[in-house]
Design a protein around this ligand. Structure first.
Ligand code: BEZ
Ligand code: FE
Length: 286
């Protein structure tokens, strides 16, 4: 009989899980065991601490549902989501960088025309975002779909509200010359959800629980690497302390401020409005 000791348990556990049929599963599980065991040894993990961690994981699962993704949030605030993004999206210089997906993307957003309003007159300063989607070599990409979503003026996403209709999310398609135009409202910085296990941990620290103002974009265009990213407002609060480590200088855009008057959709705004321009540069596959 093989005796289990403090010294051999890691190798025994790795050997057992090295029987995984798939090579990658084998690599991931044996690596995980090594790091978990090292962590327990290095920190001299106590039983009470490990039980507290298990209870926290249980609560994280229990608060999650189709609309609430507390595990994604946990991964985000620990910096793991952004690390995985960086490891998997090493685009060429000049391509638009990727950032975190976050927990609030919803599939199947309505398709809107060039410059159509995805804010449906929710309160806020009208914002037009326009530009071109192009390849790294400068070729405009026509027919590219921009899946766009954002929070409202109170920092709430549709997924956090009891609403039936799509709210502040839409899909826009680039025109023949690669151009797009989105009409929405200027987003504001907001707090991540603090009423669950992630919030409970953050409250035990000095961490700022806010994200700087941003709009989310997902571009999944055939022939190009998928791009999940945000645009941030230049000068926005929390740019330097984003709780999910998602900011990048290349994704910060200046807003132009306009008096009431004609807007890019051919209408006239009765209130002051803002605009931003940004060209999304996609990395070709291969
Ligand atoms: C978001 O930007 O929607 C988000 C990202 C990570 C955590 C929470 C929210
Ligand atoms: Fe967001």
């Amino acid at each position: 009989m093989q005796l289990v000791t403090e010294d051999n348990i890691t190798e025994l556990a790795k050997a057992r899980w090295a029987t995984a049929h798939d090579a990658r599963t084998r690599e991931l599980l044996t690596g995980l065991i090594q790091h978990l065991h090292d962590f327990a040894r290095e920190t001299r993990l106590t039983e009470a601490e490990w039980m507290a961690a298990i209870q926290w994981l249980k609560a994280t699962g229990q608060i999650s549902d189709e609309k609430r993704e507390e595990f994604i949030l946990a991964s985000d605030v620990l910096g793991l989501s952004m690390l995985v993004v960086q490891l998997n999206h090493r685009f060429d210089r000049g391509a638009t960088p990727a950032t975190v997906l976050g927990p609030f993307h919803i599939d199947g957003s309505p398709e809107l025309e060039y410059a159509a309003d995805m804010s449906e007159e929710l309160p806020g300063v009208p914002l037009f975002v326009s530009g071109t989607v192009r390849s790294l070599d400068g070729t405009p990409v026509s027919g590219a779909i921009l899946d766009v979503w954002q929070a409202d003026e109170d920092g709430a996403y549709e997924a956090q509200l009891p609403v039936e209709e799509a709210r502040l999310r839409a899909k826009y398609t680039t025109r023949e010359d690669g151009t797009y135009c989105i009409r929405t409202i200027a987003p504001k910085g907001y707090s991540i959800p603090m009423d669950g296990p992630v919030g409970q941990l953050i409250r035990q620290t000095e961490i700022s629980h806010f994200r700087p103002a941003h709009v989310h974009f997902l571009l999944n265009v055939p022939g190009f690497r998928p791009l999940i990213t945000h645009l941030f407002e230049e000068g926005a609060e929390y740019l330097d302390s984003d709780v999910v480590f998602g900011t990048k200088q290349e994704l910060v855009v200046g807003y132009e401020h306009h008096e009431p008057g004609p807007t890019p959709d051919g209408a006239t705004s009765l209130v002051p409005w803002v605009s931003a321009t940004y060209d999304f540069v996609l990395q070709p596959v291969g």
